[in-house]
Design a protein around this ligand. Structure first.
Ligand SMILES: [Zn+2]
Length: 323
């Protein structure tokens, strides 16, 4: 049985932050291992800055129904690779075949990254995305394979797996290809739309104008009572290319504002809703996550009034940054 004892060195040489988890060289499942590709997953656990790798213990030790290790590396909230195993792991199950990856024993065919995010109402972080790209490009280069040998579990699964959620896998592979061809980072692009940006912000007359909070972005901001109706305030962006973008929002916070404000992001795979607490963390850019957005000039991010919480909903500024 083969192993990949080069994994840590290859990741570090690619600039990926690595934490070695114990006896990774000898922690593995029995059976064959002859990888030709990389498989991306999400863990379904909710990670955060204060709890960056909630699924690490399970990925090392396994579950009652599936013995560990469950992946070669876990990618934490901050994009740090926790290297768990140099050998075969229980991550892929049976491959139904996807791209150049044949049908067969997925745990032989592929090296797995478990990216630690929940995939239901939490996106991959920008740090996770960038580290996963760098690691995948480096490992595929080491294996002598092109970017088509990176797959998502939902593409190879024969049992209906949905991971990794939200990310457009063709875009992610294209970004891996760019790294492998020496293209490095995608072209830098960032754009801010404030509620006063001409032609780029629309809201109904139900949204008042306020200068009350000193935490506002720019001259003023808009506010409205929560109602059981959408009445979205929209931010329009001219997105330069179908690609992945980090979406940040800025709101002024006071204890009287809304504790469960829905932001809507219009992605290539439909609208995603992210709930934020506008009673806190105001006056700064706050990340809503990383999303695949289609190219073109359109309403891409909105603030909805449809909140179950009390307190005024505010719409101030939104920023997109290509990652
Ligand atoms: Zn998976």
């Amino acid at each position: 049985m083969a192993t990949i004892p080069w994994l840590v060195d290859v990741l570090r040489a690619a600039g990926v932050q690595v934490v070695v988890e114990g006896d990774w060289l000898n922690r593995m499942r029995p059976g064959s291992f002859d990888p030709i590709g990389v498989l991306w997953h999400h863990t379904a656990a909710t990670s955060s800055a204060s709890n960056p790798h909630p699924a690490l213990g399970i990925c090392i030790n396994g579950r009652s129904d599936l013995p560990g290790p469950l992946c070669q590396a876990l990618v934490d909230y901050n994009g740090v690779f926790h290297v768990i195993s140099a050998g075969r792991c229980n991550h892929a199950g049976t491959s139904g075949g996807s791209g150049p990856i044949p049908a067969g024993d997925g745990n032989t065919l592929m090296i797995g990254w478990e990216i630690d995010y929940n995939g239901v109402n939490q996106e991959m972080t920008a740090a996770q995305y960038n580290a996963s790209l760098a690691a995948t490009a480096a490992v595929l280069t080491r294996l002598g394979r092109d970017s088509s040998y990176a797959r998502g579990h939902r593409e190879t699964s024969t049992s209906g797996k949905i991971d990794p959620s939200f990310i457009d896998l063709n875009v992610m592979r294209a970004d891996v290809a760019a790294r492998m061809s020496g293209g490095g980072n995608p072209p830098a692009w960032s754009s801010i739309v404030d509620n006063t940006t001409a032609g780029r912000f629309t809201a109904s007359a139900n949204w008042g104008v306020s200068t009350y909070s000193g935490q506002r972005y720019g001259a003023d901001y808009r506010y409205a009572e929560p109602v059981a109706a959408s009445d979205v305030a929209w931010y329009r962006f001219n997105v330069p290319a179908t690609a992945n973008y980090r979406v940040d929002a800025w709101w002024p916070a006071t204890s009287g504002y809304n504790g469960a404000t829905p932001y809507v992001v219009s992605t290539t795979t439909g609208n995603r809703t992210i709930i934020v607490d506008q009673r806190a963390t105001g006056g700064q850019w706050r990340s809503l996550g990383t999303f695949t957005l289609p190219a073109g000039d359109a309403n891409r991010v909105g603030v909805s009034r449809w909140s179950s919480a009390t307190g005024l909903i505010v719409a101030d500024a939104v920023r997109l940054t290509r990652v």
